[in-house]
Design a binder for this molecule. Structure first.
Ligand SMILES: Nc1ncnc2c1ncn2[C@@H]1O[C@H](COP(=O)(O)OP(=O)(O)OP(=O)(O)O)[C@@H](O)[C@H]1O
Ligand SMILES: [Mg+2]
Length: 349
């Protein structure tokens, strides 16, 4: 990979919420890189920091959340150095986000058409371009058609509550895409929908991605969804990345005990109907008082002494990868287990 391919680089990002009962370390230092046109999945159970991470990249984090360390570079620019005004120009234009709950992010008092038109004209204006009402309306109609909304002329005049959940989600996707971003962050865009509609929306996002070549970060609980549309995967647990790699690495050669647990506990597309899912034992960690070692240690079947006390190093599992520390590509885990074989003699573990 050359730097010309690099769209987004997140390095050691740390995010905390400063609550009356203490500092909640929601994201504890995560690093990844995304190329132009790449579709990356972020998977992890509820509370693992997926949304907080995405909101931080978009600089949409609200009080009492604060980015306390690391960097976010997007198209070569340091986003954390930008003012909110500068960020507004980038959001919706170069990067946009589809939120977990479409009802919270659509304005109930405006028609669908007006909301799409406003987004388009607002961003064009930020870029010093004047788009007429008619041109914006034409583009809004085109977007509604692209996301598979039937009778789009009529939908333009309706309010969000007049649409079904699936339709609202499609409107959200249209809103996210209307300015043709280089990066779309989709935060659980299908969880609120029934299975058939979920499949349709996934198909739709896949085909739009192929048409436009935009990069997508797809956040989900569901590994089956990842397998369906992603090139690469980041597995999060307790605010950390525990494993990352290509879809093939994660599905066929999972190395971290948490990833293996996830694969055992989640429905897969190739799974026989009725096969029992094995839940991961134990409860998620307390983010207020995380242990100093691996976040997964208290639930890990293969936990060793060192796992509780020392944060595991991130290591590459690709024999050809000789990069030290963070590198964008490749199959990596943060785990002490690979060290077990050669250090058990020395008593380190
Ligand atoms: N407003 C807040 N105040 C305090 N802590 C918060 C706040 N919002 C999030 N957190 C903390 O950040 C952690 C990560 O939350 P986040 O919403 O990113 O999880 P998630 O992985 O997106 O989960 P889900 O799959 O349920 O959407 C939570 O466990 C919580 O401890
Ligand atoms: Mg979330």
């Amino acid at each position: 990979m050359t730097t010309d391919d690099l769209l987004l680089e997140v390095n050691d990002l740390k995010v905390s919420f400063f609550t009356p009962v203490g500092e909640v370390k929601a994201v504890g230092g995560i690093s990844y890189a995304l190329n132009y046109g790449e579709v990356m999945g972020i998977v992890g159970e509820s509370g693992s920091g997926k949304s907080v991470e995405a909101y931080s990249v978009m600089r949409l984090l609200e009080f009492p959340g604060r980015i306390v360390g690391g960097s976010v570079r997007f198209e070569g620019h340091d986003l954390l150095a930008y003012s909110q005004r500068e960020m507004e120009k980038i959001r919706g234009n170069r990067m946009s986000m589809i939120f977990q709950n479409p009802m919270e992010s659509l304005n109930p008092v405006y028609t669908i058409g007006n909301q799409l038109i406003d987004v388009l004209r607002g961003h064009a204006k930020d870029n010093g371009v004047e788009v007429t009402q008619q041109a914006a309306a034409d583009k809004a109609l085109e977007m509604l058609r692209l996301v598979g909304i039937t009778n789009p002329e009529r939908r333009m005049t309706q309010h969000p509550h007049e649409l079904s959940g699936g339709m609202r989600q499609r409107v959200m996707i249209a809103m996210g895409l209307i300015c043709e971003p280089q990066l779309l962050i989709a935060d659980e865009p299908t969880t609120a929908l029934d299975v058939t509609i979920q499949a349709q929306i996934l198909e739709l996002m896949k085909s739009i991605q192929q048409k436009t070549g935009m990069a997508i970060i797809f956040i989900t609980h569901n590994l089956a969804v990842i397998a369906e549309i992603c090139d690469t995967v980041v597995v999060m647990y307790g605010g950390h990345i525990v494993e990352q790699g290509t879809v093939e690495d994660i599905f066929y050669h999972p190395a971290h005990p948490y990833t293996k647990g996830l694969l055992r506990s989640m429905p897969r597309l190739d799974e026989q109907k009725g096969e029992r899912l094995i839940p991961i034992e134990g409860t998620p960690i307390n983010m207020l008082e995380p242990n100093p070692g691996c976040p997964f240690a208290p639930r890990c079947e293969q936990c060793m002494k060192i796992c509780v006390n020392r944060s595991p190093p991130k290591m590459s599992l690709d024999p050809s990868d000789d990069s030290k520390g963070f590198s964008a590509g490749g199959h990596r885990i943060a785990c002490w287990l690979p060290f077990k074989a050669f250090s058990s003699a020395g008593g380190l573990l």
